[in-house]
Write a protein that binds this ligand. Structure first.
Ligand SMILES: NC(=O)c1ccc[n+]([C@@H]2O[C@H](COP(=O)([O-])OP(=O)(O)OC[C@H]3O[C@@H](n4cnc5c(N)ncnc54)[C@H](OP(=O)(O)O)[C@@H]3O)[C@@H](O)[C@H]2O)c1
Length: 327
């Protein structure tokens, strides 16, 4: 497994991490045993970076990641969590007191004295302009509750604004074969600033695995069933905001140009990892098989220029009109 420098502060992360939203909720049923098996399968396969959030299952995901850390001491596993979405999304709710309470709650669930990396969880635009928020985060670092902090963003513009703050050490953003905009400005800017880039939704919520079709259904408590039009949170988090039928069309075209010996999800993940500026890619996994298959991409060679060109062509022809101007 390749590792890269994750943050301005020097944290290291495996190039393939594990997204732990699935282990909390919103993706149909994943039992605690299955969640723990998934976490251990990822760690066994060389994954050292685990992304969670205080809202995933209202603490369930953090608690399970905390169990993993306790069961594998001394292995250098790094956890990043997120905060800010347990309140109404108004900048006034991001008070210094609230930020401290959120950190203390996550510390308890994770079983840690210090959170290596915490991220503001897609806050509203006004938060990026609020010095008080970033002063409070600096204070939590100074007090030892946080190692470092970063931001998970919805838009390229938010990411560019965030890295102007010297304490922001990493940016988490949607970047995948259906979301090429970060290539233009955000990834180069993060590279110049020395800020890590954590790539979320690399498989476009599973669409880029190539396993869905017109007849696929998702459970009632799976956001791919209830958030296709942004009913519960930003529609960009579900299938990257690409209409389902367009996604299928694009995936079928990509499936025709796979290099020999590569599957579509492998190509999709490696394509993200190869982009200059990317630090780590965090596919979500619902079971150990997915976690192992994804981790194995961390040892694969870079893709050829022909595959990269085809990804860009499919994006331009089919996907860009639906997403490029939005995020
Ligand atoms: N606002 C935020 O900060 C934010 C938002 C979204 C996500 N995230 C983070 O980013 C992580 C990744 O994003 P995501 O989970 O939303 O989307 P994703 O990684 O693009 O897709 C995950 C889904 O892809 C499928 N999959 C994964 N590995 C596979 C494999 N090897 N073969 C076939 N299918 C596979 C599974 O679908 P099935 O369930 O159908 O098997 C899985 O649930 C999350 O877990 C979370 O940690 C953060």
């Amino acid at each position: 497994m390749q590792t890269r420098r994750l943050t301005r502060g020097g944290l290291q992360a495996s190039v393939i991490g594990l997204g732990c939203w699935q282990l909390g909720g919103s993706w149909g049923e994943v039992s605690e045993d299955q969640a723990m098996a998934t976490l251990h399968a990822a760690a066994d396969a060389g994954v050292t970076f685990f992304d969670t959030a205080d809202v995933y299952g209202d603490g369930r995901s953090e608690r399970l990641v905390g169990r993993l850390l306790a069961e594998r001491p001394g292995e250098g596993l790094v956890v990043a969590t997120k905060c800010g979405r347990r309140v109404a999304q108004e900048a006034a709710n991001y008070t210094p007191e609230a930020l401290r309470q959120w950190a203390e709650r996550s510390l308890g669930y994770l079983g840690l004295d210090r959170i290596p990396l915490t991220q503001l969880h897609c806050p509203p635009d006004a938060v990026y302009e609020d010095d008080r928020v970033f002063d409070a985060l600096d204070q939590l670092v100074a007090d030892g509750l946080l190692g470092e902090y970063g931001v998970s963003v919805e838009t390229v513009a938010q990411g560019l604004r965030a890295i102007e703050r010297p304490g922001v050490t990493s940016v988490q953003v949607i970047f995948n074969a259906f979301r090429l905009k970060p290539l233009e400005q955000l990834l180069p800017a993060c590279e110049r600033a020395g800020a890590g880039v954590i790539v979320r939704v690399p498989l476009a919520s599973g669409m880029l695995s190539g396993k869905y079709d017109e007849n696929t259904t998702f459970p009632a408590d799976d956001h791919r069933n209830y958030n296709r039009h942004g009913e519960a949170f930003d529609v960009g988090e579900t299938f990257s905001g690409v209409p389902y039928d367009v996604g299928l069309q694009a995936v079928r075209r990509l499936a025709q140009v796979l290099p020999e010996g590569w599957s579509l999800p492998e190509v999709a993940l490696r394509w993200c990892a190869d982009a200059p500026g990317v630090t780590t890619v965090i596919p979500g996994a619902r079971n150990p098989e997915q976690a192992r298959a994804n981790a194995a991409v961390g040892d694969r060679p870079a893709l050829g220029a022909d595959v990269v060109a085809e990804v860009e062509a499919v994006y331009r022809d089919l996907v860009a009109p639906h997403v490029h101007s939005r995020w």
